[in-house]
Design a protein around this ligand. Sequence first.
Ligand SMILES: Cc1cc2nc3c(=O)[nH]c(=O)nc-3n(C[C@H](O)[C@H](O)[C@H](O)COP(=O)(O)OP(=O)(O)OC[C@H]3O[C@@H](n4cnc5c(N)ncnc54)[C@H](O)[C@@H]3O)c2cc1C
Ligand SMILES: NC(=O)c1ccc[n+]([C@@H]2O[C@H](COP(=O)([O-])OP(=O)(O)OC[C@H]3O[C@@H](n4cnc5c(N)ncnc54)[C@H](O)[C@@H]3O)[C@@H](O)[C@H]2O)c1
Length: 479
Amino acid sequence: MTTENIRTYDVIVIGAGPVGENVADRTSAAGLSTVIVESELVGGECSYWACEPSKALLRPALLRADAVHVPGLGPAVGGPLDTEAVLAHRDRMSADWKDDGQVEWIKSAGIELLRGHGRLAGEREVSVQTPAGDTVRLRARHAVAVCTGSRAARPPLPGIENLRPWTSREATSARKPPRRLAVVGAGVVGVEMATAWQALGSRVTLLAREAGLLPRMEPFAGELVTERLREAGADVRFNVSVVAAERMRDGEVRITLSDGGELTADEILFATGRAPRSEDIGLDTVGLAPGDWIATDDSLAVTAVPGNWLYAVGDVNRRALFTHQGKYQARIAGAVITARARGEELDTGRWAPHSSTADTEAVPGVVFTDPEVASVGLTVREAERTGRAVEVVDYEIGHLAGALQYRPDYRGKARVLIDRDRQVVVGATFAGPGVAELLYSATVAITAEVPLERLWHAVPAFPTISEVWLRLLETRRDS
Ligand SMILES: Cc1cc2nc3c(=O)[nH]c(=O)nc-3n(C[C@H](O)[C@H](O)[C@H](O)COP(=O)(O)OP(=O)(O)OC[C@H]3O[C@@H](n4cnc5c(N)ncnc54)[C@H](O)[C@@H]3O)c2cc1C
Ligand SMILES: NC(=O)c1ccc[n+]([C@@H]2O[C@H](COP(=O)([O-])OP(=O)(O)OC[C@H]3O[C@@H](n4cnc5c(N)ncnc54)[C@H](O)[C@@H]3O)[C@@H](O)[C@H]2O)c1
């Protein structure tokens, strides 16, 4: 590598998804010259093939599910969805898969954008293969942040390359509902996409290899979602996986199941988890294994690479695969990079400005299904696994006046976990219509470590679903 051809910046960010954009924003705002490298669309998976399109597909389905049960409203909203209108809205929410708006923002933030495929090329160096086939060499004075995200993981099924299955990308960008859709995987992508396409007119078969849906969450969440999906007409099956699948000449997919059954579908979606986009980013040049998730410490510096110049932020570090949590990490990584560039001491204590403590203590997530599921912090299973002594308090949300106002047939459940020694909330799960907006209250309770005694003074308005907080406290007091 000859120095003449090398462009030098303070910070190089590889990957302009929501996380890379936020790292670059923070370092640029701090006065560090910053270049961001992007091989596809600025905005990443979230804007075009994940959060934005999926939520646009789901919103009418969830709203209708609530509205048909509100007296006086049912007949007006009970008909089928206008699929074309929903898909057109989805297209707009995905910016028609064009990134002009985000590129404008990058420019306005003083960040330089370099289009192409970025690869680490040893310490503080990155080589970028541009769409024109040129190689541009970059050097960082202070930091390189790898923010290359994740892609759908495919199961090791024989012949999968000829199957042309849907991944999360096709499931969020398809132009029409398949008549029959088989969904493999009971995680968040599987249940959200099953909900959306069933509502848009497909006949969905959801295949879970576990004994329930949403296996990483409190079991009651998956049970409520299963009930509603079945009521909506979906065929939800447990303890079953795909052993073979073949795309036939007529386009149909023939699926052989582990229980000996067979299934025919027009499309098959593998919603079977994520893999890091790290196989071709030069990890070997810094002593890391290509294709692996990149482990970091709480300051987001890559643990296995000395010198505190290499950071991995967002999905690629596997700490918490959510846009909001990756952006939180990005704000912290930006502050860490800036502090180190200025020669300042880091403050990496628990909940300190240079530590992404929330990644291990309070990751909030909403599953946008009917009903919604919102959770943050520990589940009972995680508390048991990590040996945490907790009290578990449950409450049926449907008993609340606010819930009955929301939807008279309301069914839902709340669970909080209370740390026995510290008497603070360490986990919360809500499953029920309209619970998504409750989640921030639980996140604040956990991160601020609000003493239970003080929570009694946080008065929820009547008649709202947030009265669940009062009922949970009363249930614990009276038990
Ligand atoms: C269907 C679906 C729905 C989801 N819904 C939600 C939701 O509602 N809420 C939520 O919080 N999260 C949701 N997520 C998760 C969310 O999409 C991710 O957590 C988020 O996109 C991660 O952001 P990121 O910037 O780390 O990675 P990405 O968004 O994957 O962005 C990485 C970027 O890096 C680029 N890149 C990769 N390699 C290179 C390279 N070598 N050189 C240059 N550029 C490169 C990519 O092109 C991409 O633009 C969803 C995920 C899926 C699959
Ligand atoms: N609303 C949201 O915030 C949202 C929405 C979608 C995705 N996400 C994020 O994306 C991440 C990935 O979601 P996901 O649903 O793809 O993954 P996941 O890990 O949550 O679930 C994967 C599912 O596929 C199953 N599976 C894996 N391999 C299989 C195989 N060979 N055969 C059959 N089943 C198999 C697993 O048992 C599990 O049920 C989530 O962890 C979440 O953080 C968030």
